[in-house]
Design a binder for this molecule. Structure first.
Ligand SMILES: *Cc1c(COP(=O)(O)O)cnc(C)c1O
Length: 454
């Protein structure tokens, strides 16, 4: 580990002198597990400074759709960088931003016609929350100032996004700084009562939500949801019928619906957008992660003419949406996004994914019988299971044992990058993965389950 003859070790040591990494207890890098310096990406693979290859089974936090260093995306970035790096989007525009807006309006659910840009997922969530609140202010309902969020939700880590998130690991310590949403129970199908199917769970949770809205709708701006899969909350899944019912309830109680498809958008659930499976249009749609094919930070919030029109008026009325980020609609990032969308356009991506996703499902099936695996589940391209101490009673391992981390370390050693959320192992590979690599990924995962649960 302290072998300084290795290029990995040298880079890791220099890094640790200054770089403060996200989502990391920095002390552990010094001793327990070394940082891995990556020098190159090649399709579904990452290559470290000592030449070791890792199959990226989670698309580097669910972002790189078509693999690392995708040549079409890379060429678009290079071409745009030579023409125009950046110009502010206030008072100016450029073709990549307007073309991307045109295309996003084309491919997202009908009725979403207005596109606002930001840099990261969390900033998109901030925009959606602020726009919804401001809409009610502009339309004479200033009493509406609360949000409904789901139990187990995750929407990012800036203060507003964290406020509507429900994961104590990230939220608890900042509690005093945050606003409190009204929390509705998650429609997670793993919470089924005996005899219930996912649609039954959805129906029961919609009834809970109705009761909640009957009490609170007058003070609510919007409900925010990760459609079909609560990703950071442990890849918890729900039936499309929940979304259909949700749209109806939001209409009935005149509450905005914010769909956070930052993780699930761009084909992850099997359809281009998760909302399509319920045939609904949200009032706000948040996109990021895969938007640029995972090459550059960019996010977008789409909304309706109805919302947009409520912000038009005399300058003096101060009802415009003045929220801004310096790099809103950056031309290079927009060019990357256009290149990524062109791949969807030119290739049968979703069809190919369906074939590969069923291959993955088939290969994972033997794990269903494993004595320490529970809740094997899949929605489209996202598959997951939980490592448990006792399958029959659904007893988790004591968190201090960090079985998921043990899984992670063993898989990495074997050249596979899967980064469990606690004890939840999940697969979210780039779309360029082939059947051979899926087989290799599942074989190593099964071996790692064995190591992590003995
Ligand atoms: C990752 C994620 C975010 C936050 O995006 P960042 O770019 O990390 O700020 C928000 N919502 C969901 C559903 C996410 O998965």
């Amino acid at each position: 580990m302290t072998d300084t003859s290795s290029r990995n070790a040298e880079l890791a040591a220099r890094d640790l002198a200054h770089v403060w990494h996200p989502c990391t207890q920095m002390r552990e890098h010094a001793a327990q597990f070394p940082l891995i310096p990556i020098v190159r990406g090649d399709g579904a693979w990452l290559i470290d400074a000592d030449g070791k290859r890792y199959l990226d089974g989670i698309s580097s936090w669910w972002s790189c759709l078509f693999g690392h260093a995708n040549p079409r995306v890379a060429a678009a970035i290079a071409e745009q960088a030579e023409k125009l790096n950046h110009v502010m989007l206030a008072g100016f525009t450029h073709e990549p931003a307007l073309r991307l807006a045109e295309e996003l309006v084309q491919i997202t659910p009908p009725g979403l016609t207005r596109v606002s840009y930001a840099g990261d997922g969390a900033s998109a969530v901030e925009i959606a929350l602020k726009m919804s609140f401001h809409y009610w202010h502009n339309t004479g309902q200033p009493r509406r100032r609360r949000f409904v969020a789901l139990a187990n939700a995750y929407h990012g880590e800036t203060l507003g996004a964290l406020s509507v998130s429900d994961l104590p690991l990230y939220r608890a310590v900042y509690g005093p700084l945050l606003f409190d949403p009204i929390v509705a129970p998650s429609p997670d199908w793993l919470d089924a009562e005996p005899g219930e199917n996912p649609d039954d769970v959805a129906r029961r949770r919609l009834a809970d939500l109705r009761a909640l809205l009957e009490r609170h709708a007058q003070e609510v701006c919007a409900l925010i949801i990760e459609p079909l899969v609560q990703c950071s909350g442990g890849m918890r899944m729900h039936a499309p019928s929940y979304l259909t019912g949700l749209r109806k309830l939001c209409d009935e109680f005149d509450v905005h619906l914010i769909a956070d498809e930052i993780a699930v958008g761009f084909g992850r659930t099997g359809t281009l957008f998760a909302c399509e499976q319920a045939e609904i249009t949200p009032d706000f749609l948040c996109l990021s992660k895969g938007l640029t094919g995972g090459a550059l930070p960019l996010s977008a919030v789409l909304t309706t003419d109805k919302v947009y029109d409520a912000f038009l008026g005399d300058y003096a009325a101060n009802n415009a949406f003045l929220h801004s980020h310096t790099f809103s609609g950056n031309p290079i990032a927009c060019a990357a996004a256009l290149a990524s969308l062109a791949i969807f356009h030119d290739e049968p991506v979703l069809e190919r994914n369906r074939t590969l996703a069923s291959h993955l499902a088939q290969r994972l099936e033997p794990l269903r019988e494993h004595p320490h695996v529970s809740g094997l589940r899949q929605t489209g391209w996202i598959a997951a299971f939980d490592l448990v101490k006792d399958k029959a009673s659904h007893t988790s391992w004591p968190p201090a044992e960090r079985r998921g981390l043990c899984f992670y370390k063993h898989a990495l050693e074997r050249g596979l990058l899967l980064r469990p959320l606690g004890d939840t192992v999940y697969f979210l590979p780039p779309y360029c993965i082939d059947e051979g690599d899926i087989d290799c990924m599942v074989d190593v995962a099964i071996e790692s389950v064995g190591i992590a649960t003995t």
